[in-house]
Design a protein around this ligand. Structure first.
Ligand code: SF4
Ligand code: SF4
Length: 116
């Protein structure tokens, strides 16, 4: 069974364009939604993403909704801890394909890292 991991220098999940995430209000509190929207720059990327390096510039202090942690995913999405691995894999794959395409270097790197 594949184990989820972040492949780093990807940043697909940091493309925050709210038009592509119409259900934000379902899993973010009003305060979190305000923070989320304040982070969206022109082009839909997070203002905290170093777009050259594809790295978060506030990683240690990134918001709760950026963290892949069992307790947070259970709270936000109703995902049980034992479901987190598969859910996170699906989320990353969908986001990487949507942002970069399914033949992108990031897609290939993700599949390779997870052993697909
Ligand atoms: S989409 Fe997944 S692999 Fe890419 S940066 Fe986000 S968590 Fe990491
Ligand atoms: S705060 Fe960091 S991890 Fe969260 S979306 Fe922005 S760049 Fe990505």
């Amino acid at each position: 069974m594949a184990s989820w991991q972040c492949i780093k220098q990807c940043g697909a999940c940091c493309h925050l364009d709210p038009d592509e995430r119409p259900d934000l209000e379902e899993y973010l509190s009003p305060e979190e939604l305000g923070l989320y929207l304040s982070m969206v720059s022109e082009g839909g990327w997070c203002v905290n993403l170093d777009q050259q390096r594809k790295e978060c510039t506030i990683y240690a202090n990134r918001p709760r909704f950026c963290r892949v942690e069992a307790e947070i995913f259970q709270d936000m999405y109703g995902i049980e801890p034992e479901e987190l691995n598969d859910f996170a894999i699906d989320c990353c794959r969908q986001q990487i394909e949507a942002v970069y395409g399914d033949h992108s270097l990031e897609s290939l790197r993700f599949d390779q890292a997870l052993g697909f």
